[in-house]
Design a protein. Structure first.
Length: 444
């Protein structure tokens, strides 16, 4: 991506939640009641001490506030931007009981973390001892990053193996630009690298042979690979050039320099990723963006606030609508329309969908973006001896992240099926504590 393209992206993708100024942050921090039972902290998967970090902001101790956040969540800066705070910490704020606006916890967290990075992101904590055991992490997404950072602070040598050329997983490649820029994801990773975590990029860990090599060199292996390719629609015309999946689309404009969209865009799927893609398409110049979902509003996977934001931006939703074919232009090189059928749940206990007779229509468009979920990385996961899968997910002891094979721990989307960044961070840290406990117990 050249300088002009980067500048265009920055201009078009203004942040949906701009940062608080110093005066506004101080005023907001002083609204907090600093509750002793802190339901906000309990609602955070990483259990950040929210009253404590906000109190430090009110005392104008921004570094102390940031260190409080980082003690619980090493990716506190990213999470301040991408967490669905409306349903987590802010959703639990006691002010809701009094019909008042909740404390803007996410923006206060960002305020502290931005100040930390502006000052030079050096963590005061370093490993006090250097242990001999080595741990490998497969995948450089949030779960592995959190696991690696915690293990390094405990003195273990850690190396992260990543198939891409950039670390960060979806934070870098798959989160909409207006929520989190790639540069902001990468600066956190540089801080983690500063702890002594090693990285190997372009590393394709696949099959028993490469896993066996890792097993020889490392005492423990953490699986933090997330999910794999996005699912196909399985309909005629999906192979046309104007059809791509939501993650390809977001990565394309975020790190790949591909910024062109059609005048009319259709997105299939009403999850958070689909809505991110739809809102991005609007920012990239699409005049009409429509989302198709085969069920109703109440069954929508996206958060309600994401849906409302998309509506405000002009995205249209078609409920109980299923695409059945994608039609090409006369030249065969592009997309001309999506053929759709209206559907309803059948009367059987299965709740499957069936077509409504005689209700078919076409939506003209130049681009189709699919967003119907990701498949698990079964080729890799099934090749790990002794690791048990259930519905494509790695089964672990939820208290420790340990799999059925004592040499392997796991966390993040490959375990939970695809949740929030903060859940992956919590999984990674929890697994690191479990790994350290097992390794240290082996020496007792």
């Amino acid at each position: 991506m050249n300088v002009h393209e980067r500048a265009e992206i920055t201009e078009r993708f203004a942040e949906v939640h701009p940062p608080l100024g110093a005066v506004a942050a101080l005023a907001e921090a002083n609204r907090c009641l600093y509750c002793f039972d802190a339901p906000c902290a309990a609602a955070c998967p990483t259990h950040i001490d929210v009253p404590r970090f906000i109190k430090k902001i009110s005392q104008q101790n921004l570094r102390g506030s940031a260190l409080t956040i980082l003690d619980a969540n090493i990716l506190g800066a990213s999470c301040a931007r991408v967490c669905p705070v409306e349903v987590l910490c802010e959703g639990a704020c006691v002010f809701h009981r009094y019909n008042k606006e909740p404390i803007q916890i996410g923006l206060l967290q960002r305020h502290a973390m931005d100040a930390f990075f502006a000052d030079g992101p050096v963590l005061p904590k370093k490993a006090t001892t250097q242990r001999g055991e080595k741990v490998a992490c497969i995948g450089a997404g949030p779960a592995s990053l959190a696991c690696a950072a915690e293990l390094r602070l405990r003195g273990y040598a850690v190396k992260i193996f990543e198939r891409r050329e950039l670390p960060g997983g979806l934070n870098t490649h798959g989160v909409a630009e207006y929520k989190l820029r790639a540069a902001e994801s990468l600066r956190e990773i540089e801080m983690i690298r500063g702890l002594g975590v090693e990285f190997a990029f372009g590393a394709h860990i696949a099959g028993e042979a490469t896993l066996a090599e890792l097993e020889k060199e490392y005492e423990i292996i953490f699986i933090g690979v997330g999910l794999g390719e996005m699912r196909k629609l399985g309909i005629a015309g999906e192979q046309h050039g104007g059809v791509l999946n939501a993650l390809e689309f977001i990565e394309g404009y975020k790190t790949g320099g591909k910024v062109k969209v059609g005048r009319r865009v259709v997105v299939v799927g009403a999850g958070n990723t689909g809505i991110d893609a739809a809102r991005a398409a609007k920012r990239l110049g699409a005049e009409e963006v429509q989302i198709l979902y085969r069920r109703g509003l109440q069954q929508m996977a996206a958060f309600e606030f994401e849906y409302e934001d998309a509506q405000r931006e002009g995205v249209r939703f078609h409920w109980h609508t299923q695409p059945v074919a994608i039609h090409a232009t006369e030249s065969g090189e592009g997309v001309a329309a999506v053929e759709c059928r209206l559907v309803k749940e059948n009367a059987s206990a299965s709740g499957d969908m069936e077509f409504v007779p005689n209700l078919a229509f076409r939506i003209p468009c130049e681009m189709v973006i699919t967003a119907i979920g990701q498949s698990p990385l079964l080729d890799l996961l099934q090749s790990i001896r002794g690791v048990v899968l259930e519905n494509g997910r790695v089964l672990v002891d939820r208290a420790t992240g340990r799999t059925a094979n004592a040499k392997y721990f796991a966390g993040g989307d490959c375990v939970n099926g695809g949740r929030e960044v903060v859940d992956a961070v919590a999984d990674g840290k929890r697994a690191a504590v479990g790994i350290a406990g097992m390794l240290e117990g082996a020496h007792v």
